[in-house]
Design a protein around this ligand. Sequence first.
Ligand SMILES: Cc1cc2nc3c(=O)[nH]c(=O)nc-3n(C[C@H](O)[C@H](O)[C@H](O)COP(=O)(O)OP(=O)(O)OC[C@H]3O[C@@H](n4cnc5c(N)ncnc54)[C@H](O)[C@@H]3O)c2cc1C
Length: 589
Amino acid sequence: MSPDFVQEPPELHNQYDRDRVLQSYARRQFSESDLKTIEPELSDLGEKAGGELYDLQKKDIGKEPTLTRWGPWGDRVDEIEVTDVWKRAEQLAAERGIVATAYEQEHGAQSRVHQMLLAYLFIPSTDMYGCPLAMTDGAARTLLDSGNDAVADEAVPHLTSRDPDTFWTSGQWMTELSGGSDVGQAHTTARQDDDGTWRLHGRKWFTSAITANMALALARPEGNPEGGDGLALFYVPIRDDAALRDGIHVNRLKDKMGTRKLPTAELELDGAVAHPVTDDLQHGTRHIAPMLNVTRTWNAVTAAALIRRGLALARDYAQKRVAFGDEIINHPLHQETLADVQATLEGTFHLSFRLAELLGATETGEADASEAALLRLLTPVVKLTTAKRAVSATSELLEAFGGAGYVEDTGLPALHRDAQVLPIWEGTTNVLALDLLRALKNVGSIAPLNREVRRCVEAIEAPTLTEAVRPAIHAYRDAAQWLKQAINDGDDAMQAGARRFAMTIGHTLELLYTARHAQWSLHTEQDGRSAEAAQRLAARQINHIADLDPHGAYVLVWDFNCPTLFDCHAQGDGATIEEPALDSLTDVM
Ligand SMILES: Cc1cc2nc3c(=O)[nH]c(=O)nc-3n(C[C@H](O)[C@H](O)[C@H](O)COP(=O)(O)OP(=O)(O)OC[C@H]3O[C@@H](n4cnc5c(N)ncnc54)[C@H](O)[C@@H]3O)c2cc1C
């Protein structure tokens, strides 16, 4: 090899035109006439994502937002300067209606899907600008659902504007030093002046996209009880023009592992003016739930989008990088590796967009009660499953670039570091697994999930796909049986198994949705690639329901020796393991 050798870098092209999964899904989801209007928009954004925005991202590598706390004459300014990608992203997000599309509802319930397809293209080229957009979207939904017309009329037209000059973004201020999962521990108080004005006092520990114009915040009106029920939901206008309003101070920006373009602040609230969103000055955690439904859907779409970005680059690179006398894409084992990530992408994509479909149907009133309940059940499942997939897939994708994947100025490590936030914010994996159990309790039945599984199974006809989904059917049946047993065994057993249960449901649906799409694609497009992806997903562990003794976890975590466990393992309990019969689904449904 010449000593002057220079490696050709990976390139992106039009991120819609080159995305088979995205195009195929859009064809399945939209009528021909709707697709005619949507497709040019997607293709144009795909061009920007792989062109102008990607070029800007490369120039922006290493740059970070800055906080200037003091002005030249001693005045407290707390000015935040974001980097070029973010400046462009804010303008483009408004113009392209990345939030607005969901509220203009030109395609009814499908408008959510339309919007999320735009977001899917936009997110990976704008360095997590999806975070403020998710919260903006969530705030619009929450205010519209709140019944508070005054506040909704003031803020929603800005949150859903297509004009960059009038477009607002929103933050969500919940987490405090004392608790993020357990926000009921919040200390921020709300006090009322004599003239009736509410003011907030306290510290918010993680407030992302502090460049926002407004926030929805949780605070405890003085005299309210402890715990989550004692919190109320407030609308906080953050800025007058560019300047922060009185009573809001940025103590510092977080020095984070990833999402480094996203200014996440620690805030001091010292009399910030706020407006109650609901007449009920309690139950803030319940009143902010619409925000979380929306942001968790964004989280899932972001997971798929980050995997897709890494894969698009890795596939291009594999055609340029030569090892052992051939482009690495021609080495069977490298092909296997990328194919496996492609299967992950397809599963993650279909899980995320199923959630978007249900969200759209529910908010336009087109969902029946069972679908609305399904949305409630699937939101935690899809968020937690896709987030974990994004972390493992982006790790694999960095490796696909060898050493280059570990070097900062390629821009690649940021993909994995950004993905690592997805299982943490908007509810950790454990918190969401427990939320699924809470949702099942509220819904009062597993029937909406049963129906969903059945719908998928019934849509699948091709023998290879029927065979491929068998492990999912088995896993689902075991999960349903575990639930029945755990309800009898009590709260500790339920909690200990919650993550395994949620993961089993997530991986079951991931396979079923991929197989259902594969069936459509085989039939309509004569394309067997999604079926190949489904078969790969079927070969993975889907069933995470294992009969593990919670006492074993206690022993391991506290590091106690436990002779009784030794006896149990050494001698066995004499039970024989029966081969599971491949029954129909009816016995659990
Ligand atoms: C980059 C970034 C940006 C963020 N932006 C915002 C923002 O804009 N607004 C905002 O309000 N918050 C924001 N957050 C905060 C985020 O939502 C919280 O960090 C998250 O919800 C977890 O809360 P915590 O940090 O208090 O962790 P903890 O609640 O202390 O969790 C610690 C561990 O305990 C586990 N755990 C907790 N409870 C249970 C339980 N009952 N059973 C089993 N396991 C449990 C968790 O799963 C976790 O693994 C942001 C966080 C990050 C990293």
